[in-house]
Write a protein that binds this ligand. Structure first.
Ligand SMILES: Nc1ncnc2c1ncn2[C@@H]1O[C@H](COP(=O)(O)OP(=O)(O)OP(=O)(O)O)[C@@H](O)[C@H]1O
Ligand SMILES: [Mg+2]
Length: 304
């Protein structure tokens, strides 16, 4: 597994605030990687540091195999950090043309049009960005990040301010970048359901530190429980003991996959009718809450 990003004890302090506090992280090449964390966790600081926009206080990072700021490595990256701003008197098409040329690309009107279309800005292409909504600015920012055809793209909250169809389009675009074009996408987002849908792996940060990292499927499987529709409930609860919790008409059992057949046999032997038994995964939101907050979710309470 080659890494596009490798950080070791990366630290960025602003006075007494440790925006990054000894962060050690490895982001593999390929796929979509989510960086999650509450406000102020250090996500944007991490991205700015990796892009060479700010200097770390201590620690190291390798980006596409090069040191931070390495020109050859930087050329293979695109990025959008938070909601971008552009000269208000320019149109989206002019901004994209101007910035692609600033990156050393030849004037290519067809390519500019193609990218405006891919981010859903065809109709607004010749309007001045002065009147653009936050979501439209984000779309333009994404087009700018991608027009240089980078191998790695870093998108800081690409869907913040977007309407639901826009979020869906962005999800499809991000997946196709990874799946069809082989681009590694790193994104920060607070929309955990979106992250769960689009990301292959995630890092959860809190207070500048890494608190959890892994494949989305692994993180959500770890809180997996067995949801049972059974009757009578009382007899079933008798079999389950403190492994079972009543949720409405169903019982949710904190058991491992391997224990399920024996459990169901035990229920049947006690005269319990099992009409449905299915696995329910923990969603990313509950993993996030239990890793970063003091809020105890049903999952974290029942997980052990
Ligand atoms: N230029 C700066 N000067 C002082 N403190 C800063 C600066 N930039 C960031 N910080 C602080 O560093 C911490 C991390 O901020 P950062 O913007 O990286 O968080 P984030 O995870 O991107 O949050 P959000 O989800 O709100 O975007 C915060 O406490 C923030 O106030
Ligand atoms: Mg941020």
């Amino acid at each position: 597994m080659t890494a596009v990003i490798e950080t070791r004890a990366l630290t960025k302090s602003y006075g007494s605030v440790h925006a990054l506090d000894g962060l050690t992280l490895s982001i593999p090449r390929g796929g979509v990687y989510g960086v999650l964390g509450p406000n102020g966790a250090g996500k944007s600081t991490l991205f700015r540091t990796l892009l060479g926009l700010i200097r770390p206080t201590s620690g190291e990072a390798l980006v596409m195999g090069g040191k931070i700021g390495d020109v050859a490595a930087s050329r293979r990256m695109g990025s959008m950090i938070e909601t971008p701003r552009f000269p208000p008197y320019m149109t989206a098409r002019q901004v994209l043309t101007w910035l692609s040329q600033a990156h050393g690309l030849k004037a290519d009107t067809a390519k500019v049009s193609r990218w405006l279309e891919r981010v859903g800005l065809t109709e607004a292409a010749d309007r001045k960005v002065r009147g653009f909504s936050v979501g439209m600015l984000q779309r333009l920012g994404v087009a700018i990040a991608l027009i240089t055809e980078p191998e790695l793209v870093i998108l800081d909250e690409p869907t913040s301010g977007m309407d639901p169809p826009g979020i869906q389009e962005m999800r499809a675009l991000i997946r196709s970048l990874a799946d069809r074009e082989g681009i590694t996408v790193i994104l920060a987002s607070h929309q955990l359901l979106e992250v769960q849908r689009v990301c292959d792996r995630v890092a959860i940060m809190n207070k500048g530190r890494l608190v959890r990292e892994g494949a989305v499927s692994e993180l959500t499987a770890s809180g997996e429980r067995l949801r049972l529709n059974v009757s009578p409930l009382a007899s079933a609860m008798g079999v389950l003991g403190d492994r079972g919790v009543l949720e409405g008409e169903a019982i949710v059992a904190a058991v491992k996959r391997g224990e399920a057949p024996a459990l169901i046999r035990a229920l049947v032997e006690k005269g319990v009718d099992v009409t449905e038994a299915r696995w329910v995964g923990a969603d990313l939101e509950s993993v996030f809450m239990s890793e970063t907050g003091s809020i105890q979710t049903a999952e974290s309470i029942h997980a052990d």
